[in-house]
Design a binder for this molecule. Sequence first.
Ligand code: PMP
Length: 369
Amino acid sequence: MRETILKKIVIASNDSCSYFDTFKEVSIEKLVRPNIQHLQAYSCARDEYKGKEAIFLDANENPYDNGYNRYPDPLQQELKAVLSQIKNVPTDQMILGNGSDELIDLIIRSFCEPAQDNMIVFSPGYAMYEVSAAINNIAVKKINLTADFLPDWQTMWQKVDEHTKIIFLCTPNNPTGKLIPLEQIEQVCRKFQGLVLVDEAYIDFTDEPSAIHLLERNKNVLVLQTLSKAWGMAGLRLGMCFSNPKVINILNAVKPPYNISSLTQSTVIELLQDYDGFKQKCLRLKSERQRLLTELSTLDLFETVYDSDANFILAITDKCREIYTYLIDQQIVVRLRDIPPVISGGIRITVGTEEENNDLLKALKNYTA
Ligand code: PMP
């Protein structure tokens, strides 16, 4: 089914007829940095040998087996095959990173020319986009979210210029928990002649469809996901980027060859087997999110407690610093998110276990100004 749709799109685009008539298809070759386009990627001798058993004298490893003496699979084929089943994305349309933070840097580094290109981010949003941009000397055009926490598309289109390479969209957004409707994202993909990076770190906490559904029709979309949140593997560091094979090939050439350790690869494969457990924990966290939302709203402390599609809740109070410090004294750590003008006096609270949430609510009920 999936392949049939893909084929149809390929045929249509090759014929340059009907399917893509309404918009100009993005050329990935034109977007990639010229030095990366011509990059001779690092190759290892093991790439050319496909068998499993052999005498490996090619990589200067230690021959004495302790379980970890060999370098890991640079393309993580076994792990990708498992993820492919779960995500319903072919393995040649994914790249894995040491957390999605590594992939954010990799994407910027591969496509944005330092001191020349720029990228669009929305504020408040995930701060690493700007940190990675600054490290790579890429200008950031920062646009405030609207009052209802959605991207201000009109201002965005005014700011986009010929050097804008990437539009970052975080959905559900950190720290607002707000989801961007998929149709709006697709409209951006079809209009923008650069890359649209959709960061879905929190997508498993929503019932809405993932932007993975846009991959077949939009060459310029990159979907970023992570095992750090709903899958509970933050300590292992495993991020995923799904895109079309051309983008993936470019990123594969730039990434460090052995960026995912063997220990991470094998442990993730093992933990991914428990799909039912994952689903159950997602449901539990979603129900705790609802309970927290209701209980926090009944407290007099907060002006607004925002509904969320993620595993955290944003609450607004003019006493945000006092409450933050008070909670620290109670050994409860939340995140201050005072980011005017869109969020003034925000506290972001991650949904914990039932007991943790009870302790938080108890502490907040005992708070006296
Ligand atoms: N994207 C968003 C929106 C995040 O909030 C985070 C982590 N807080 C990340 C990406 C990075 O996740 P990781 O590197 O653990 O995969």
